[in-house]
Design a protein. Structure first.
Length: 479
């Protein structure tokens, strides 16, 4: 067999406008497309993980498209190292083409595979595809990364030109794939230890009316006011260039949200410590309450707070949660229950169909106040006021919490932090918990897992950061 090139699918499960695939197909050698199910990742997932079923569905779609050209997708269930050992034993590979991945595990994996291939005389060519700007392409004048979104977004827009948004028409070159008479290996989900699990299939091309009205409807969880494209962006079933072109034409607010995604990606690239630590080191000294019983109530949607419970039940049942509600439940966990943001982040990572490390981490640290451009430590999302503003008719809440009454009360909140240098000590005794009682919401037999004083106002902690401690004073603010 003559030399071939290999294209490695990862977070780019499409043949249209795929950068690395485009460049691979421009070479003189035919191209074999490959996807590797990595046990290093899969072993952490439950058998009914929706995302694995979604990926498998995408691969089946790719296989149909590729077979129509007289070729075949090769799907392997091996560690990347063993997979490439097997591939090199079967095929005379000249070069491997793939698209960049920016998460810590992926960076390490790619470096190891690149080193292995180079020792074999095989080139490893990786390209930017899942973002418009990556790594250090958008920085301050002094070359340092932005840690505040607004100036980052302004710089991003000033740098973006039509050339950045040009398609890479890989779909027009598929005839250059390696000719294969019979379909290649394609393991079943069952053989990999997974079940075929139903998952919501969201349109890859949302209605123009949805995008045009995005800025007006995106915060209302009871309507289809968002694009729900996050899962397609996560797994690359849609081109970011196509989406940004559409955002420029239809709604700047929608464009801003796409830029938020890239903002968090460059934060992860420049500050990989955020995976396990707070972006702001002082916040790693918080002694969280971390009540496991209350955490389980939050996970199960049984806190007694209607909008919090609705959001968690939506997540558990569908693998998706409206973004406004994501902020509410995250604030509730970190600033009402005083549970470490990493607990919530990990739970979201396990259950969100659209889980993306940079965005999930950035969102949780934003809610906790520990991240870049974060909501201040004293800003607390009031579940009652958030409900009045974004779900006043309880349409969203009733869908997920059917037994909620029309009127409901809001618990009272008090945060008092006692500090003892050099660490922050959160004294649970100072939180003035009242006895548990059934809520006027009458959510089945649910009770509020936590209740507070300070009639109707949010008690916010006015905290000033110092090098050795954070000092807190009680300050009443209504948000």
């Amino acid at each position: 067999m003559n030399a071939i090139n290999l294209f490695w699918f990862r977070r780019d499960l499409r043949v249209e406008d795929n950068t690395a695939l485009f460049y691979a197909l421009q070479q003189s050698e035919p191209v074999l497309p490959v996807f590797i199910f990595d046990p290093n990742i899969l072993q952490e997932l439950p058998a009914n993980d929706r995302r694995v079923s979604f990926i498998y569905h995408c691969l089946e779609t790719l296989q149909k498209q590729i077979q129509q050209t007289g070729s075949s997708l090769l799907v392997l269930f091996e560690t990347p190292e063993k997979a490439f050992e097997s591939l090199l034993a079967q095929y005379p590979i000249k070069a491997v083409f793939t698209n960049h991945d920016y998460e810590p595990y992926a960076i390490q994996r790619d470096e190891e595979i690149k080193t292995y291939l180079l020792k074999k005389g095989i080139s490893f060519r990786s390209y930017k595809d899942q973002v418009i700007f990556e790594k250090s392409e958008v920085t301050k004048e002094d070359g340092k990364p932005y840690t505040v979104y607004t100036p980052y977004s302004k710089k991003w827009k000033s740098l973006c030109t039509p050339a950045h948004l040009e398609s890479k028409p890989s779909e027009t070159l598929l005839s250059r794939l390696l000719t294969i008479d019979n379909p290649l290996l394609f393991p079943t989900l069952k053989s990999m230890g997974f079940d075929t699990t139903p998952f919501p299939i969201t349109p890859i091309h949302p209605a123009t009316s949805t995008i045009q009205a995005y800025h007006q409807q995106r915060d209302i969880p009871s309507i289809e006011g968002t694009s729900k494209l996050s899962i397609h962006l996560r797994f690359g079933t849609i081109s970011i260039r196509q989406l940004v072109r559409r955002a420029y034409a239809e709604n700047e607010k929608f464009l801003n949200e796409l830029i938020w995604r890239e903002f968090y990606m460059q934060i992860l690239w420049h500050f990989p410590h955020v995976v396990t630590h707070s972006f702001k080191p002082a916040y790693d000294r918080i002694a969280w309450r971390n009540n496991e019983k209350e955490f389980q109530s939050w996970c199960q949607g049984k806190t007694g707070y209607p909008i919090v419970d609705a959001g968690m039940r939506q997540l558990n049942e569908t693998g998706w949660m409206h973004n406004r509600v994501r902020m509410i439940v995250a604030s509730f966990l970190t600033k009402h229950l005083l549970i470490d943001w990493r607990w919530g982040e990990t739970y979201f990572a396990r259950h969100l169909n659209d889980f993306e490390l940079s965005s999930n981490n950035g969102g949780w640290q934003w809610a906790a106040g520990s991240g870049v451009d974060a909501a201040p430590y004293f800003r607390v999302f009031n579940p009652y006021l958030q409900t009045l503003k974004f779900d006043p008719d309880l349409r969203y809440i009733r869908h997920w919490v059917p037994r909620v009454n029309k009127s409901f009360s809001h618990p009272r909140i008090l945060f008092l932090f006692q500090t003892r240098p050099p660490a922050i000590i959160v004294n649970p005794c100072s939180l003035s918990f009242l006895p548990l009682r059934k809520t006027s919401c009458e959510i089945g037999s649910e009770t509020k897992i936590i209740d507070f004083e300070l009639g109707g106002r949010l008690g916010n902690t006015n905290m000033s950061c110092r090098s050795d401690r954070i000092v807190g004073k009680c300050n009443r603010l209504r948000i």
